[in-house]
Design a binder for this molecule. Structure first.
Ligand code: HEM
Ligand code: HEM
Ligand SMILES: [Fe+2]
Length: 449
């Protein structure tokens, strides 16, 4: 670690990992309800379990992004973070708002509107969190060395804050409500978060492969261009059935299909760079998560998104288990794996250790990705059967659900494996370090860049 203030990332990563654990616990509880419908019904109904599962997910991913920004910006900008105090205040406020929301949810207090259930004061507190963060990183970046990575990261982070504002506006008209809801939900994950993703990947690739910055930067700009070109109008794939004008069927289908491109480019980018790279970086686990992330995102977002993004298909699949299958693999492959990659990369530096417990970390990689893939397959099969019985044959919703029991048991099974692999991951990055470093690596100096 070359700069003192990079250490700010540490509590951010700890907070993120804590909420990751919360997310998975509530996911498993929700998965149990799917097979034993009365489970916890009197104490914590399904909608609350689901809310905590999805909200914890979004917040921990954001917290991880913030941590990643504080970690990589000093190295890129060659300058300490403007105000460490503000960074800690920001973390405290975000954690407080999150925990207060969760406690509120447990008592049934929430604002409805899937994913954006936080009470209004929390939404406003998030705006304050965003402003503190943007001030802090913008000041650092603008006063330091400017690189493509920090420029793209900054653009992504400003975008995240800007589109969050639409979470605060909730029109009475249901069509308009949905229209703006997707400004947050879609433009985040298929627009501005992709910029954050591309810049963090570029940082990891430069550090771990030693490939020239100029080459990485060309790729970075290409990916950003593809993401914005396809992703903004791609919002149309959510405007098919909400009462929006008919031309959205075309726009959403065409630009939705193009959304595969930036994810495909990220795979090619990461693999060519590693292939061309001349450095044998000791943190093999971080490399695995980095490459795996591009592949996971390509399948989860790209392939599983493409599957239902054209209007004539979406007409049948809309809101079925096909959507849940895609939602899981996309969020996991792109943003969960990205966070686990940067955390795996940064933790040894933050804890002042050599890369340690790599084998355990890599086991958690393989178990987690296999289990998430299996969960995606079971949900996809469930979705296809559901579409056929419900939308083609016209059976009743609950009648169809009874036919899907086996898939839901398998989803729960996969979920338990995910939970197990998360414990492995936490132990690998937070547990006692294996101090002995193979002699081959101990001799090699820490690569600067
Ligand atoms: C990492 C990026 C992505 C993430 C995290 C993501 C996540 C999600 C989630 C959670 C939903 C469900 C929303 C809801 O109704 O509650 C969804 C819906 C959808 N996604 Fe994605 N997605 C991503 C990328 C893509 C891409 C690239 C495509 C197209 C190729 C796509 C196509 C769709 C479509 C068509 C729907 C609507 C499904 C329906 O009608 O029920 N997504 N996505
Ligand atoms: C890191 C891994 C995970 C991610 C990224 C994730 C993400 C999500 C997302 C985005 C949704 C909303 C889906 C939609 O609107 O279509 C969701 C719902 C759900 N998740 Fe997860 N999840 C993960 C792990 C788990 C695990 C381990 C389980 C355990 C079985 C689980 C069970 C559920 C259930 C039951 C729902 C509610 C589905 C519904 O409303 O029909 N998830 N998850
Ligand atoms: Fe979308």
């Amino acid at each position: 670690m070359r700069y003192q203030t990079q250490r700010i990332a540490y509590p951010y990563f700890l907070g993120a990992l804590f909420l990751f654990a919360v997310q998975i616990i509530f996911g498993v509880l929700a998965g149990i309800v799917y097979v034993l419908p009365n489970f916890l019904a009197e104490i914590l109904p399904f909608n609350i379990l689901r809310m905590i599962h999805t909200n914890a997910l979004i917040v921990w991913l954001l917290m991880g992004f913030f941590g990643a920004a504080y970690y990589l910006i000093p190295e890129e900008a060659e300058r300490e973070i403007e105000s460490p105090i503000l960074a800690y205040v920001q973390l405290g406020l975000l954690m407080f708002g999150t925990l207060a929301s969760v406690v509120g949810y447990l008592f049934g207090i929430h604002g409805g509107r899937e994913f954006l259930e936080q009470p209004m004061w929390v939404k406003l507190a998030i705006v304050v969190v965003a402003l503190i963060f943007l001030y802090n990183i913008s000041a650092t970046i603008l006063k330091g060395r400017r690189t493509a990575i920090t420029t793209v990261l900054l653009l992504g982070m400003w975008g995240i804050a800007f589109f969050w504002l639409f979470a605060i506006y909730n029109p009475i008209n249901l069509s308009l409500d949905k229209l703006y809801w997707w400004y947050v939900v879609h433009i985040w994950v298929e627009g501005v978060w992709e910029l954050v993703m591309a810049s963090i990947l570029a940082f990891l690739v430069i550090k771990m492969t030693g490939v020239d910055r100029e080459v990485v930067e060309k790729w970075l700009y290409a990916i950003v261009g593809l993401a914005l070109f396809s992703g903004l109008l791609g919002t149309g794939h959510h405007y098919f059935w909400i009462g929006a004008p008919g031309y959205w069927q075309w726009i959403g289908s065409i630009f939705g299909a193009l959304e595969v491109a930036p994810f495909f480019a990220m795979v090619i980018f990461a693999f060519t760079m590693v292939w061309r790279g001349r450095r044998d970086h000791p943190n093999k686990a971080a490399m695995l998560w980095t490459l795996g992330c591009t592949v996971g995102a390509f399948f989860g977002a790209g392939v599983w998104g493409f599957m239902h993004t054209v209007a004539p298909v979406n007409y049948y699949s809309h809101g079925t288990q096909v959507t849940a299958a895609h939602g899981h693999l996309a969020f996991f492959g792109a943003y969960v794996m990205l966070n686990l990659a940067i955390i795996t990369y940064a933790m040894p530096h933050l804890r002042n250790r050599q890369p340690y417990n790599q084998v355990l970390n890599m086991w958690s990689f393989w178990i987690m990705t296999s289990a998430m893939a299996f969960m995606t397959f079971t949900l996809t099969f469930a979705g296809v059967v559901q579409v056929h019985l419900q939308r083609v044959l016209g059976m009743y919703y609950m009648e169809v659900q009874e036919q899907l029991g086996l898939f839901y048991w398998m989803r729960l099974g996969a979920g338990l494996f995910v939970a197990f692999s998360v414990i492995l991951f936490l132990y690998a990055v937070l547990g006692p370090a294996r101090e002995d470093r193979p002699a081959r690596l101990a001799a090699a100096p820490e690569p600067a860049e």
